[in-house]
Design a binder for this molecule. Structure first.
Ligand SMILES: [Zn+2]
Length: 464
């Protein structure tokens, strides 16, 4: 398996630290609002990464954090607290906001989108003690200093700070005024923020430095280390994480352990809507519910995302989604062939493309190429039908697509005996040129969700 490593700017072979096992850390959601389609893009790609690694035979030990404290409206240490802001708007507490959106996110990710649930889903608030301990150790090693609003990490103490984003740290240090913030360097970041003396926060804890809460970046460094150890194989996230969040995760962890944190850093690009950035003011922040409300299948959204490589920018439009839905319907038609083999030439070797699809995924998760290969098989089968001796092979192939791409084509039932009789009745009506009856049967079956397609070698049915 080869992946593009943001750290080295190269496509590299994955070489696990522990034989047969991959430790994988993914930055998850901040649970302060309804997730939107943009949030799910990285989830879909990193699910494919996990699936591809599993198909390679690795056991994947995966952690995906849940940020329920500490994330401010700016990714740096400024602005309002996202959780508290929502609590205020919704007239509730930050704790209730977290619980509510964790439930919604879990339902959407693992039930609606069919993403495999990571083995570990720790919440930042479950690791407060360990985060305090982490800061203590950084302090002992001389990496922190305390100012009015918190304990900060001194980035000038690391020679290679900013290596992930290739930050021009020196330019930043000499070019920016930092006097106003009290920070020593513009790139320094909070590891512990103090509660303001005149407000009681929903989420605050005692610490050796004063009452407060952990800085946003700290939870990932801390929980990755607690669950996976000092060093991990792969760390994933979105490209927006590169300059600040991941840069600071690396700084904290490597300052503490003196070891390289993650061997491979991999980042998913964004999705735009109609070519523009999603924003509240434009009213183009769509959710999965908007997709189902318009009659689309959630799998069509997933298929649309996978048709594009994780590293390139996506563009969500309703036209693109409709095209994806049509393609997906072709896949359903393909899957329904297992119930209706025909008197056609046996072409069992067409499923050998499974190996090529696997190769595409091994090559830096090339999902668009995998889907292009798959499309060719789907078209071939849908046009030509399958021989009865292909049924088992097609079933295995569908299971493979399910496992590798998370597109569920298995578990589709045969039509009922009554429906089969109706199809036969229609055949007879057609032979007798009784087209009114033939049409009314077609209509009746359509009402039941069964569509018919007349082919040279007989009628085939499918369900969208
Ligand atoms: Zn993170």
């Amino acid at each position: 398996m080869k992946l593009y490593n943001t750290l080295t700017r190269q496509v590299e072979e994955v070489k696990p630290l522990k034989e047969g096992e991959i430790s994988l850390y993914t930055c998850g959601l901040t649970v302060y609002s309804q997730p939107h389609i943009g949030n799910w893009v990285a989830y879909i790609y990193w699910d494919i990464l996990q699936r591809a690694l599993q198909l390679e035979g690795y056991k994947v030990k995966r952690v995906q954090n849940i940020t329920d404290v500490g994330h401010l409206t700016s990714d740096e240490d400024a602005g309002e607290d996202k959780m508290l802001k929502s609590a205020l708007t919704e007239g509730t507490t930050a704790w209730e906001v977290a619980d509510k959106y964790i439930d919604i996110a879990n339902h959407e990710a693992y039930e609606l989108l069919g993403i495999q649930k990571p083995e570990f889903l720790p919440r930042a608030t479950e690791y407060i003690e360990q985060q305090i301990e982490f800061v203590k150790q950084l302090e002992e090693k001389g990496f922190t200093y305390t100012i009015a609003d918190g304990v900060y990490f001194d980035t000038s103490k690391l020679d290679d700070y900013g290596k992930l984003a290739k930050l021009d740290v020196k330019g930043l240090r000499f070019g920016t005024r930092v006097a106003d913030t009290g920070k020593k360097n513009p790139t320094d970041f909070a590891v512990w923020k103090f509660s303001s003396p005149d407000e009681k926060r929903d989420m605050e804890w005692d610490s050796p430095w004063g009452k407060g809460f952990p800085g946003w970046h700290l939870e990932c460094s801390c929980m990755a280390r607690e669950i996976l150890g000092d060093q991990i194989d792969i760390h994933t996230g979105g490209i927006d994480h590169i300059p600040v969040h991941h840069t600071n995760e690396i700084a904290q962890t490597e300052a503490l352990t003196g070891k390289k944190f993650a061997n491979i850093w991999i980042h998913a690009n964004h999705i735009k809507v109609n070519g523009t950035k999603m924003s509240k003011s434009l009213g183009n922040i769509y959710t999965l519910k908007d997709i189902t409300d318009k009659g689309f299948d959630i799998q069509a959204f997933k298929f649309m995302i996978l048709s594009k490589h994780y590293s390139t920018e996506g563009n969500f439009t309703w036209e693109n989604l409709e095209a994806a839905q049509n393609k997906l319907n072709d896949y359903y038609k393909f899957a329904d062939q297992i119930w209706q083999p025909q008197d056609v030439e046996l072409k069992a070797d067409r499923y050998a493309h499974k190996a090529n699809i696997k190769q595409c995924l091994e090559n830096n998760l090339n999902t668009p190429e995998a889907i292009a290969l798959l499309n060719a098989i789907v078209e071939d089968v849908n046009t030509n039908g399958i021989h009865k001796d292909e049924v088992e092979k097609l079933k295995e192939f569908l299971q493979y697509i399910d496992d590798a791409l998370g597109i569920k084509l298995t578990g589709r039932d045969d039509i009922t005996d009554e429906q089969k009789e109706l199809i036969q009745k229609r055949e007879k009506a057609k032979q007798n040129k009784d087209f009114a009856i033939a049409d009314s049967i077609r209509h009746q079956l359509k009402q039941q969700g069964v569509e018919l397609e007349d082919r040279a070698n007989g009628t085939r049915w499918y369900r969208a």
